[in-house]
Design a protein around this ligand. Structure first.
Ligand code: HEC
Ligand code: HEC
Length: 330
């Protein structure tokens, strides 16, 4: 006992260290379990890039990751491969190389594509889907499906989803949509939020900040000629509000958001009330009824205005849509 009394300090230190290690182990297990809910859904873990071998296949996947992380370097205005995009990088929206939960992540792409999508009215391959983002989100041009760059991005995206089984709903994959507000989203309130919480990084005119090498954005643009086009997913308020809620201001996650729902919808309304490149695709939404409630360009079959389809309230539109869909099934 006297031994313990004299040497209490190293013992105490040992106990503290053990405690910290145990907590780390427990908490990392806890996050793994929360990644995807068990039951009918797939429990999956994002693979680690360090697992890749030094083979040709491994190198292709690594190149794919580089293209996703720094698309601007390869395809931006001063791109090494081609100059065909606005300078955004995939990972600006598909964060953490497309693996962050509820942030347009790629985990359920391999398991769900080829996939029928209403926007195109056709079965889309992964290559097709990537080119949609190239043309709309990056306001750029499609690349050849057989090119090394396309093969690399597809290989990387497939690899991120390698633990997700086919046709299983992977909770946490893709995006988590926010509940609709009862009112229209308010771009004037949104501007106040923007000035207080976004402007310091994204700039007064949403123009973003380029890094010193003028290649990648440190803070990507949110509107103006270098931002996503009006035909991009982010131009739909629900997609933008959901991204903002789970990611912005920088540091926010889906478990620890920094804005409430109203703030996320309102600041999204402000961003999308500002000018975006007016690139549209005539073939979009071949079945008019299938247009999402927040697709801001007519014509529509529900009698609501473009303004309401842009800012809401969306619940009344959804009600009419649901009724129309039910009629169709009768
Ligand atoms: C400005 C933001 C933005 C950028 C930049 C962007 N995307 Fe996307 N992407 C989205 C959004 C939003 C969606 C989801 C759209 C939806 O749900 O309708 C999406 C969807 C996708 C999907 C389908 C995901 C799924 O689960 O079905 C793939 C694949 C994809 N993007 C690849 C890319 C690649 C590769 C790049 C870079 C070349 C890129 N994206 C750049 C916003 C972006
Ligand atoms: C501390 C700096 C910082 C603040 C503050 C901040 N952002 Fe961002 N934002 C970023 C960075 C960095 C990225 C790119 C993330 C990446 O590449 O992983 C980004 C990406 C985005 C994107 C997707 C890419 C694009 O250009 O379309 C949107 C939308 C966005 N932010 C909106 C907001 C909104 C809205 C706010 C305020 C509520 C905000 N941000 C506050 C740093 C910031």
């Amino acid at each position: 006992m006297s031994h313990l009394r004299e040497h209490w300090f190293p013992y105490l230190l040992g106990v503290i260290i053990l405690g910290v290690i145990a907590r780390e182990l427990l908490s990392s297990d806890a996050t793994k379990e929360n990644l995807f809910k068990p039951g009918d859904k797939q429990i999956s873990i994002v693979p680690g890039i360090y697992e890749l071998s030094n083979s040709e296949a491994g190198n292709l996947i690594r190149y794919g990751k580089a293209l996703i992380d720094s698309t601007a370097k390869y395809f931006g205005p001063h791109g090494l491969v081609a100059s065909i995009t606005n300078g955004l990088s995939c990972q600006n929206c598909h964060r953490e190389s497309g693996t962050k939960l509820y942030t347009n992540n790629f985990l359920a792409v391999a398991s769900n594509y080829p996939k029928f999508r209403e926007r195109s009215g056709r079965l889309e391959s992964i290559e097709w889907r990537i080119n949609e983002c190239m043309q709309r989100s990056l306001n750029g041009e499609a690349i050849d499906s057989m090119s090394k760059e396309m093969r690399a991005m597809v290989a990387y995206i497939k690899w991120t989803g390698k633990n997700v089984k086919k046709n299983v709903k992977a909770d946490g994959a893709g995006t988590k949509e926010l509940t609709f507000l009862e009112r229209a989203a308010n771009s004037i309130t949104g501007k106040t939020i923007y000035s207080a919480k976004c402007q310091s990084c994204h700039g007064e005119n949403g123009e973003g900040v380029l890094s010193f090498d003028s290649v990648n954005y440190i803070y990507p643009p949110l509107w103006g000629q270098h931002s996503y086009a009006v035909s991009a997913g982010m131009f739909r308020l629900s997609k933008l509000a959901s991204f903002v809620k789970h990611n912005m201001p920088l540091g926010a996650t889906y478990t620890e958001p920094l804005l409430n729902n109203e703030e996320a919808w309102d600041v999204a309304a402000y961003i999308n009330s500002q000018p975006h490149p007016k690139k549209m695709f005539a073939a979009d939404w071949p079945v008019l009824k299938s247009k999402p409630v927040d697709y801001p360009f007519g014509p529509y079959t529900d009698g609501f205005s473009e303004k309401q389809h842009k800012y809401g309230p969306f619940e009344p539109i959804k009600k009419v849509r649901d009724e129309q869909m039910a009629m169709m099934k009768k």
